[in-house]
Design a protein around this ligand. Structure first.
Ligand code: DNO
Length: 406
């Protein structure tokens, strides 16, 4: 697979020169400064593309070309927004970029409760705690119906999330509450072109307004809106040779009463079948999928490899109570060794990036986005490069190590 890296643009403290030294071949990025809902112009795209090329790299994948909320909930201006999306796709293709990742998660792009959870070895990783998430939902967000939903939540035998919430209520400090808001709706969202930005003054109120847009929207309605969107954009992808690849829901569970429709094998099959064009593809995010206990990640990879256009390598460890954290890229539920076999066999040029890495050895002093450390991700990339070398050797695929005389 092509070794790519998510880079956040010219302001990213991790520079392209650093990335060349560690074997990165392709860049995954977006026009992070263009406000949501505006066309990405050819000039803007070319400016970023030229900058990447001048550093001896290529712009392999757009992550993400964001889908505005109105398209997801089916607002009155959705057709206008879909036209904007189609134009951005045409402009990207005209500038030589042929792969665009997006997601269809309402309001909240991805969710974690702790961004610095200690590992036994002294590094930290991202973490999702059901009790903290439920506390946020019931006592901070104050969502109507939240308490009843959590009372009825029995996915993990023997676990009483509501009782844990009450326990937490007795001990949590105002700083702890503030940290939950930051972690769940601010720090994990702004940098991925989410709805809430770091400088929003009233993130909670804004968040509540967004949630209200989904009142009464069922999973079937959301799926219908996704199909409507795909029917409108995939023909453009076919016309101009661009792969569109949906990112699964992270984590693959319903959150905050919102419909979520890209969680399981059936969900993925349904959306790929809805528009059977090869341009309607999948971002195989092993990390997101492995957080779902019902997902057999290797089986999913075998089934969906032919429609996979972009791979995220990461693996989750799920604790007996259901909470999860990010495991080593050599451990956890995802079996990255086997995934590399499957995807190398499918297409050794598929763009792949290591997703989220540990925060380690000084990463914590740097202003990196949560999950996107330098040393931790570099360590993971080194591990994945080793796996690829071994797998290529097994499969008789010539292995190359970019950046060295060969
Ligand atoms: C988080 C990311 C997501 C992902 C989008 C794709 O770390 O994996 O924000 O980029 O969901 O649209």
């Amino acid at each position: 697979m092509e070794r790519t890296w998510r880079w956040f643009g010219k302001k990213d403290p991790i520079t392209l020169d650093m990335l060349r030294q560690i074997g990165v071949e392709g860049i995954v990025t977006a026009l992070h400064d263009v406000p949501l809902g505006q066309v990405w112009t050819r000039e803007q795209i070319r400016d970023t593309g030229d900058y990447i090329r001048r550093h001896g790299l290529r712009w392999s994948v757009v992550e993400s070309l964001p889908v505005t909320e109105t398209i997801k909930y089916g607002g009155p201006d959705r057709d206008e927004q879909i036209d904007i999306y189609r134009q951005s796709l045409r402009n990207l293709a005209a500038e030589g970029i042929h792969c665009a990742c997006y997601n269809f998660m309402p309001v909240l792009d991805w969710a974690r409760t702790d961004l610095r959870h200690p590992n036994p070895n002294g590094t930290t990783n991202l973490y999702f705690s059901y009790a903290e998430f439920a506390y946020f939902d019931i006592y901070i967000l104050g969502r109507a119906g939240a308490r009843d939903e959590w009372a009825a939540f029995h996915r993990f035998p023997g676990r009483d999330v509501l009782a844990e919430v009450e326990q937490l209520r007795r001990t949590i400090t105002p700083e702890g509450e503030h940290r939950l808001v930051e972690n769940i709706i601010v720090k994990t969202q702004g940098f991925v072109s989410g709805n809430i930005r770091e400088d929003d003054e009233h993130p909670l109120e804004l968040f509540r307004q967004l949630l209200r847009r989904y009142d009464g929207i069922t999973p079937d309605q959301l799926f219908h809106n996704l199909s409507y969107f795909l029917a409108a954009v995939v023909p453009v992808c076919e016309e101009c040779d661009i792969d569109l690849c949906i990112h699964p829901d992270d984590p693959p569970i319903p959150v905050l009463g919102l419909p979520r429709i890209v969680r399981t094998e059936d969900d993925i099959a349904r959306l790929l079948d809805a528009v059977p064009s090869p341009r309607n593809g999948l971002t195989f995010c092993a990390g997101s999928l492995s957080a779902g206990l019902d997902n057999d990640v290797v089986a999913l990879a075998r089934r969906f490899a032919p429609r996979t256009r972009f791979v995220h390598l990461r693996s989750c460890h799920v604790f007996p109570n259901g909470d999860f954290t990010e495991a080593s890229h050599l451990g956890g539920r995802a079996d990255i060794v086997e995934l590399c076999r499957i995807f190398e066999r499918q297409d050794p040029t598929l763009p792949m990036r290591v997703d989220h890495g540990m925060t380690m050895l000084g990463d914590e002093q740097q202003p990196y986005n949560p999950g996107y450390s330098f040393l931790g991700r570099m360590f993971a990339l080194g591990q994945v490069q080793g796996i690829l070398a071994a797998v290529d050797n097994e499969l008789g695929i010539p292995y190359h190590q970019p950046g060295f005389f060969e």
